[in-house]
Write a protein that binds this ligand. Sequence first.
Ligand code: BGC
Length: 284
Amino acid sequence: MPTPPYVPPNEMPQVPYSRILEGQKAMITGASKGLGAGIALGFAKAGADVLINYNSDEKGAREIAEEVKRLGQKALVVKANVADEAEVLNMYEAMFDTFGRIDILVANSGIQINAPIDEMTLDQWSTVIDVNLTGQFLVAREAIKAFKRQGIDPSISSSAGKIIHMSSVHDIIPWEGHVNYAASKGGIMLLMKSIAMEVAHLRIRVNAVSPGAIRTPMNVEKITSQDIYEDQLLRLIPYKRIGEPDDVAQATVWLASDASDYVNGTTIYIDGGMTLYPGFIGGG
Ligand code: BGC
């Protein structure tokens, strides 16, 4: 029998959700797995109905939709490549046909294609920028149009709409071998802040979450060896545990709710302190 791969323990405290998104309709892009799937479940626990967008993993998206329904909320599964304008417009039509409105957008879809700078092809560069940055622009633009049209309904929320952009600690930490990914995340920061500035007077709130290392399919190779996990990954995390999708979901639910009504144009780092320059611990 081969030894099963190493799995680091889940040390996240289990904090129940309160129903702070009751009655709200949310679109979550890239929700078939990883962070998007975790956020869809968190939103359902907080009382929101959700559109679960996927591009390639239909099975994953349908499984998450079933879980959302088991939690008592409505779920709609829609295939769309967020980098394709026509597909984004179709997804919004599906949102309005089913839910009649949109209150929250979580622009989460993202990919990584790694290569050293002198070997990175234009295609590897463009594909990551298209999905991670242009995709966030396209879905955010359509959300803003809808929020403007809908205005504020105080029985739903104190704001006319909320956007949460999925960024990364690599919006401020440079990442060798990942220049396309880091450039896309750095771009998201000023995309988010500039949209926030433009629409704040309409009571539309736009923020970002920037996770560090989280237990998602993107990070599988970093957590299937105890040596790599403890010697390489935990060295970068002062809090000394990997994050869980629910760590990100909890913060995203709060940012989408009226509990954060005065939070606008900012980024919440969910990283166990990864952005604290951990290389300086005991040195410098
Ligand atoms: C990446 C992960 C990485 C983390 C910290 C995230 O944006 O998706 O693969 O572990 O940043 O480096």
